[in-house]
Design a protein around this ligand. Structure first.
Ligand code: OSB
Ligand code: MG
Length: 369
């Protein structure tokens, strides 16, 4: 394929409700939408999901833009690409910078699918048209507030609830939610807020039939996670730690994890993510699709990818309205009986809404042939 142009829209969407985690507070989500055009006029969309602060992982929107402009785009346009796997190989000379790589690699996947007049769901061997999904709930001011928020999402149909926790905002919250919803698929995510000194907290959390505990310890730690896993029954799920299939293998061998939160963007793209899917399937590890408050572009990709065999647990892929009042695509993802529809049109199966892009974004040209 011949790439003739790369555009980028710097978008900022207000969140319907602010989101509090153990490390920070989010009132709007910024993202860049890459549009890669080929010689036939096809356009592939990719989302750069990095945050503005380097507080989830090391990358930020600004570092990713630099890596794209100075390294990844020059590499890509100098090379002959016939399949998206070529992009991953090409980018392997550049260390890290997974979200920057993923934004371009996923745009090439969309472009490739469109050139072949296939949906991404089809290319990913999608097994289902409807996907059960969950919702991730930020830290609330009080137990009462949390119960109200959870009740609203349960009424909307979500089948799995994830609670963000932080020191001193953990056991009481979980205990209350569990007693209101005894059968609910429930889990917690600490975003690296604890260490082994908090073992007693986790032994207590271990008594609430949680599906898993996500990223309790350091964002690059494997040893303390393994020590914790020896002391609790609830599977540990790693998120921040996992950048490659090698990280999953390491965590598995050391006993640091029982499940993986897979975000395509955090592992450098679809081709890398697929290796993790295969490893988890072959080794009996839990696997589900995480989220980065994506716009509809990233959401469509997550839905297509997570509809393949191997994903065994509802992901953080919620309805459009859970995140934003208005989105930058023309389609909306609506919850029906706790499920979202997997797009079936060509490529990602979503189209950019020019009016919304203008309202919420700024246009930049990154490359012209
Ligand atoms: O619903 C979503 O898109 C994901 C929500 C979520 O938990 C999250 C959101 C932003 C950054 C990190 C995380 C996380 O999974 O840790
Ligand atoms: Mg997480």
């Amino acid at each position: 394929m011949n790439i003739t142009k790369i555009d980028s829209y710097h978008v900022q969407l207000p969140l319907v409700a602010p989101f509090k985690t153990s490390y920070g507070f989010l009132s709007h989500k910024a993202m860049d939408i890459l549009v890669v055009t080929d010689e036939l006029g096809n356009q592939g969309y990719g989302e750069l999901v990095a945050f503005e602060q380097p507080d989830y992982t090391e990358e930020t929107l600004e570092t990713a833009r630099l890596i794209l402009a100075n390294h990844l785009i020059p590499l890509l346009v100098q090379s002959q690409i016939t399949h998206p796997d070529d992009v991953t190989r090409l980018f392997s000379v550049i260390r890290g910078n997974w979200m920057a790589k993923s934004s371009l690699e996923t745009a090439i996947w969309d472009l490739y699918a469109k050139r072949h007049k296939k949906s991404l769901a089809e290319l990913f061997s999608s097994q289902t048209d409807k996907l059960s999904v969950g919702v991730s709930i930020g830290i609330q001011k009080s137990v009462q507030d949390l119960i109200e928020v959870v009740s609203r999402y349960v009424a909307e149909g979500y089948t799995r609830i994830k609670l963000k926790i932080a020191p001193n905002q953990d056991v009481d919250f979980v205990k209350a939610v569990r007693s209101h919803f005894p059968e609910m698929l429930l889990m917690v995510d600490a975003n690296s807020a604890y260490d082994l000194d908090s073992l007693t907290i986790f032994k207590e959390l271990d008594t609430y039939q949680l599906s898993m505990i996500e990223q309790p310890f350091g964002y690059s730690d494997f040893l303390e996670h393994a020590e914790l896993q020896k002391n609790i029954e609830t599977p540990i799920c790693l998120d921040e730690n996992i950048r490659s299939v090698e990280d999953v293998m390491l965590g598995h061998r050391l006993g640091s994890l029982g499940a993986v939160n897979l975000k395509i963007s955090r592992v450098g793209g679809v081709t890398q993510a697929q290796k993790i899917v295969e490893y988890c399937k072959n080794n009996g590890l839990g696997l589900w699709c995480g989220g980065m408050f994506e716009s509809g572009v990233g959401r469509a990709l997550n839905l297509a990818f997570a509809s393949q065999e191997g994903f065994d647990f509802p992901g953080d892929i919620s309805a459009s309205t859970r995140y934003f009042k208005e989105d930058i695509i023309n389609e909306t993802f609506e919850l029906e009986n706790g499920r979202l529809s997997v797009p079936r049109e060509t490529g990602l199966g979503v189209t950019l809404n020019k009016e919304m892009l203008e309202k919420y974004g700024h246009h930049h040209v990154m490359y012209v042939k």
